[in-house]
Design a protein around this ligand. Structure first.
Ligand SMILES: [Zn+2]
Length: 440
């Protein structure tokens, strides 16, 4: 512990800059606290779902905070906050550093917001040192990462993955249309199609995010270097049998839809073991039965199935195995089986170049880097379509996330900020050099 603290006390000077160039940790904490005050509920949770008043208040606050530091900031057509230094050379690929400032309903203060505050601090440090021309860095807060309207809306838009159909069809759980929610905030949803970046305009994308799981905290590791982001598929599954009287229908003559669901749930661990990698996980997070009476044999079982793995081929194999298992169970039990695909996200590897840049910055502080996959989806996954990506995880105390209990020790936030700063400096210096060479 003693040694770790000493290691952290080293100044975070960049490879190409003087020792004055470093993160202002006190300002980072102050702005983190100021942002956490927006949408904070009585129970300490943060309530800033996408395109609500509090989400937009946070975005406008961020724009003003950035402008107060002499930076250029705007809310783009997708609702993303985009921040640059006025001295950022316009034609040089930027190193984009960011995350999101929207939250799940009653979420935590760190998820997304921490990464955005670190990004702002990195950009400010470079700007104030007069080095923005040599380090083209852009800080971003993406919109609707958490999925009020499907998730990662802003990063999909920037990556050019958003379609007119997405905009036309997206609604939230209450049936509010994306178009209407954005319009109510003075935004035109169609403009989200215009924020796509060209592949060669982003040198790299870097994101700091809480792990949202227990691995780092359990191991006592202060920082994680993400190697890949798991992909997923989400299905809405329906098993249909026949409603019968719970007293008079003999067991062997029933077509009990819940029996099918229960048998499938019991098979999940085996399916993951036989067809998934070690990172494979599957969850039935929602289930409902019809008619839904204690004295009726269930005719219909509807449930969600969320399956994740870090390997693309494995994920496909898991999908096929789950389908076969459900078909076999349905056949044996006289049920009908159908499913709708709700969402599919491809797994994405982080770039080896960025993993190494992050690891260099970690090792420099006398800490052994801990490589790990991300089980949760992130904006980085979308940006991977146009740029190399890298992610840094901070420990989530107790593995808690998406609640008021979400916490990262402040010394770990500071470490992540210093490491991200070093990596961003290294990559952005390289971007300027490459561009100069191309123009020469
Ligand atoms: Zn997040």
């Amino acid at each position: 512990m003693q040694q770790r603290t000493e290691n952290r006390a080293e100044p975070a000077s960049g490879a190409s800059a003087g020792s004055a160039l470093k993160i202002d940790q006190e300002r980072l904490r102050n702005t983190f606290d100021a942002l956490a005050a927006i949408g904070r509920e009585d129970d300490g949770s943060i309530h800033r779902p996408a395109f609500t008043d509090k989400d937009m208040e946070a975005r406008r606050w961020l724009v003003e905070e950035a402008k107060g530091r002499g930076l250029e900031a705007k809310i783009d057509g997708a609702g993303n906050v985009v921040i640059r230094s006025p001295h950022t050379p316009p034609d040089t690929p930027v190193v984009m550093v960011g995350s999101h400032t929207d939250s799940v309903p009653h979420g935590g203060a760190f998820d997304g917001a921490m990464g955005v505050m670190i990004a702002l601090e990195i950009l400010t440090a470079v700007h104030e040192a007069g080095l923005a021309d040599k380090h083209p860095i852009e800080a971003v807060s993406f919109s609707d990462e958490e999925g009020r309207f499907g998730g990662m809306l802003g990063s999909r838009a920037v990556a050019g993955l958003l379609t007119p159909a997405d905009i036309a069809q997206s609604t939230d759980l209450e049936g509010v249309r994306l178009k209407e929610a954005m319009k109510a905030q003075g935004l035109d949803a169609e403009q989200a199609l215009r924020v796509a970046r060209r592949r060669d305009s982003v040198r790299a994308y870097l994101e700091v995010h809480p792990e949202q799981g227990p691995v780092l905290d359990t191991e006592g590791a202060p920082i994680g270097v993400v190697t890949e982001i798991a992909g997923l598929f989400k299905w809405a599954v329906t098993l249909k049998g026949r409603a019968d009287h719970a007293g008079s229908a003999p067991m062997h003559l029933r077509a009990d839809a819940f029996g099918g669901l229960a048998e499938f749930a019991g098979e999940i661990p085996r399916l993951l073991e036989e067809h998934g990698t070690e990172a494979a996980v599957a969850t039935i997070g929602r289930a409902s039965l019809r008619p839904g009476a204690a004295n009726s044999v269930p005719a219909v079982a509807e449930f969600s199935l969320d399956v994740r793995d870090a390997d693309s081929g494995t994920l496909k194999e898991l999908g096929a195995a789950m389908r076969r298992a459900l078909s076999a169970i349905a056949r044996r039990r006289g049920l009908m089986f159908e499913f709708d695909i709700i969402e599919e996200i491809e797994p994405r590897p982080c770039s080896e170049e960025m993993i190494e840049a992050i690891e260099r910055a970690v090792k420099k502080r006398g800490i052994e880097p801990r490589r790990m996959p991300s089980g949760a989806a992130h904006d980085a996954q979308m940006i991977a379509s146009i740029a190399p990506i890298g992610m840094i995880f901070t420990p989530s105390v107790g593995g808690r996330s998406h609640s008021a209990a979400e916490w990262t020790q402040w010394e770990d936030v500071e470490l992540a900020a210093d490491v991200a700063f070093d990596a961003a400096l290294e990559l952005s210096a390289d971007s300027t050099k490459q561009n100069t060479e191309q123009q020469a």
